[in-house]
Design a binder for this molecule. Structure first.
Ligand code: SF4
Ligand code: SF4
Length: 208
C-alpha cells in the first residue's frame, strides 16, 4: 500500500462526525477523531484515581460515541487540573485539558448542576475576575470564592462545613503569606479591554 494512502486513511474528517464531536473539536481545537485509544494519557493523569472510571481516553471515547450526557456530567470534567500531562504523552497531540475546559463551559451553558460545585464556583469566580481586571487578583478572588461557599453552606445550615472551610483556608492563607505568595492589592492588566472584547466576540459567535 502506498504510504500516502495510509496517511489519508488516518485523516480527521469532522464533517462526518456526530454533532457532539464536531462541537467539542471546534471549541477545544483538539483532533478527537485521531484518538486511537492507546491510553498513554490515562497512565499519566494525576487525577485518574479520583474520577471513578473516567480517564482522558474514556472521556474522548464518550464524546466520539456521541454520549452527550456522560461527556458533560462526569468527575474528570470537574477535577482535571489542566496539567497537560495527557497532551505531552499523546502521540496525536490531543490535549484533554482543553477538552475538559470546553465541556465545563458546555455543561454551564446547558444549566447542568455541576458534580463538584466548589470547582464550578472556583471556575466562575476565576473567569469573572480575569474579565474584570484582565488578570487574577488573589485577594479579591479568594474573598468572592469563599463568600459563595459560605452562602451555599449557610443556606443549608451546614455550620460544621463552614467551620472546616474557614479553618482550612486560614491555614492555607498563613502558609501562603509566609512564602509571600498571597497579594491583597488590586492590579489590572493593560490589555483588559482587549480580553473583554475577545470574550464578548466568542460569546456572540457561539450564540449565532
Ligand atoms: S494518548 Fe492520545 S491517542 Fe492515546 S488514548 Fe490518549 S488521547 Fe487517545
Ligand atoms: S490535563 Fe487534566 S486530563 Fe490531562 S493529565 Fe492533567 S488532569 Fe488529567
Amino acid at each position: 500500500m502506498d504510504p500516502k494512502e495510509t496517511v489519508a486513511a488516518l485523516e480527521v474528517k469532522p464533517e462526518i462526525a456526530n454533532p457532539l464531536v464536531q462541537e467539542v473539536m471546534e471549541r477545544s481545537g483538539q483532533p478527537l477523531l485521531a484518538c486511537y485509544q492507546c491510553r498513554r494519557c490515562a497512565a499519566g493523569c494525576p487525577v485518574g484515581e479520583e474520577t471513578g472510571f473516567v480517564t482522558p481516553d474514556r472521556l474522548i471515547r464518550m464524546i466520539n460515541l456521541g454520549d452527550r450526557e456522560a461527556a458533560l456530567n462526569n468527575a474528570l470534567v470537574w477535577q482535571c487540573v489542566s496539567c497537560y500531562t495527557c497532551g505531552t504523552r499523546c502521540p496525536n497531540d490531543i490535549m484533554t485539558g482543553r477538552i475538559t475546559e470546553t465541556l465545563k463551559k458546555m455543561a454551564k451553558e446547558a444549566h447542568l448542576e455541576p458534580l463538584k460545585p466548589k470547582v464550578a464556583f472556583f471556575h466562575n469566580t476565576f473567569v469573572r475576575s480575569g474579565l474584570r481586571w484582565g488578570r487574577l487578583n488573589e485577594g479579591e478572588f479568594i474573598t468572592l470564592y469563599e463568600l459563595k461557599i459560605f452562602l451555599k453552606d449557610a443556606l443549608r445550615f451546614r455550620f460544621k462545613a463552614i467551620y472546616n472551610e474557614i479553618k482550612s483556608q486560614i491555614k492555607l492563607a498563613l502558609s501562603m503569606m509566609g512564602r509571600k505568595r498571597l497579594h491583597f492589592g488590586i492590579q489590572s492588566s493593560q490589555g483588559r479591554r482587549e480580553i473583554k472584547r475577545l470574550y464578548k466576540k466568542s460569546k456572540a459567535k457561539r450564540a449565532s
